[in-house]
Structures are given as structure tokens and as C-alpha cells.
Design a binder for this molecule. Sequence first.
Ligand code: GUN
Length: 285
Amino acid sequence: MSAQIIDGKAVAAGLRDDLAQQVQHATAAGQRPPGLAVVLVGDNPASQVYVRNKERACAQAGLHSVKYTPAADVSQAELEALIDELNAREDIDGILVQLPLPAHLDSEALLDRIDPTKDVDGFHPDNIGRLLQKRPGLRPCTPYGVMKLLEAVGEDCTGKRAVVVGASNIVGRPMAMELLLANATVTICNSRTRDLAAEVGRADIVVAGVGKPEFVRGDWVREGAVVIDVGINRTAAGTLVGDVEFEAAARRARAITPVPGGVGPMTIAMLLHNTLSAWQARSGG
Ligand code: GUN
């Protein structure tokens, strides 16, 4: 079998076009555009690239975006004051604090301070709790994007065995909740899982988000499975690889995401989607 390569760029572009049309329609009718505030602390080069891509996507979709770039030595109190100000602003529907933050800052306390109705990353405990309780609010962008990719390849999760490799707050845990919401039978593997190969081998759907290059071996994958690779790792040679051994997995899977060009573009599309949802909830748009 040779897998269908899931084109995340194309799926994301389609979503972004839809969002742009909705924004254009509303603004032409005199509504204010959706507003996203991005807070980028310090000068982490990877974070700078992510934020630049987010700003560009906002501009293309007609969203109003503002960027705050406090220096790396900004205090917790100053950032808390900034979040309070953004929570109160009428023209801002979404607030995103780019992670990771410098070590002296308490990231959890900052993320908890964001108004949950403006938490377009979906990281606030209220939003995670809502997802857990089958009444989702703003949903974490990457897992939400993965669900859209599964939909795009016609994968109905109902009754399927889904295995999530990695149990992080940003990917693994909310991913498992999304799959459960879609009626899959879900296993979450972590670094202590005893026989990972056997767990992966039972899966109809595999989602890998561990941050280790080619950690999920291709020969673990069951024939006909759908494989979603959330990882993005730079090798010593400078190339990008995912958390899945792509070539070998693609020989067994029914469909698989490439890295880059799979899940990555979806995360930004879902950020825009969440900002629009927050704006609609605020403005009744
Ligand atoms: N850093 C890496 N990925 C993300 C993300 O999705 N959101 C935020 N806020 N920071 C990140």
C-alpha cells in the first residue's frame, strides 16, 4: 500500500479562504474586523518566525492584529498588567502569548489570567475543562486542526481505535479529548508506556506529538491506518522531520501527513478560526 499524502497546506488554505470571506462580508456591512493580540516576549528566533507567520495569516484574512514585544527581562507584573489591558479592550477578541516564555516568568499564571472567551490558543483550564466535558468552547488549535485533517480524508472516528503518542498539555491531552468527542476509543501513550509498538500497532488512527525525530517507527503502523504527525524536528543536517519515520510508515498507512506541510499550516488556520469564533460571540456577528 502507498499512502495518500494529506495536504495540510491545501486544507488550511481552503479554511483560510472561507474565513476571509466571512470577515469581508461582515466588514463590508460595517462591522469591525476580528482583532488578535499577540504577545512575543524576548527574541527566541523560532517564536519570531511563528509570530511573523501568524501576523501574515491575519492580514491575509482581513483580521486586525496587534503585536506586543516586551523585552526578555520583562517582569511578571508588567505582563499581567498587559493581559489585563487586553482582556478589557473592545477591539481585541483573541489574545495569544507565544510560548515558551523566559524561565523567570510563570507561564501558567499568565495563561490562566487570559479571559477564557479571548483564549484563542484554547490553553486556559476553563477551555480544556469544557472540551473534557463535551461542551467545547475555544479549542486548542493543533488538536482541532488534526480533527479537520481527519475529516478531510474522510476518516470517521466513530468506533475506531485511536492512539495518541505523547501526553503534553498542548497536544496529547487535548488531542485525546477531541478524538473521544468524535467517538473514538482512545489510548494515550506517555514516556513510560511499556510496549509502545504494540499500542501503535492496534491503532486505526495514530497521532504522534512527542517532539522526538522519527520516534514512531514505520513498521509499528498497522496496514491501512491513518497517521498524523504533529512533530517538527530539525536534524543535525538541517532538514525537518516529524515524530514518525515517514517513508516506512507511508508504505503501510492509508493516509499520512508530511512534515512540513501537514499539521503545521492547520494550527494557524485554527487560530484564525478561533479568533473569528471569539469575535462572533462578542459582536453577535
Ligand atoms: N509555541 C509553539 N506552539 C505554540 C502555540 O500553538 N501557541 C502558542 N501560544 N505558543 C506556541
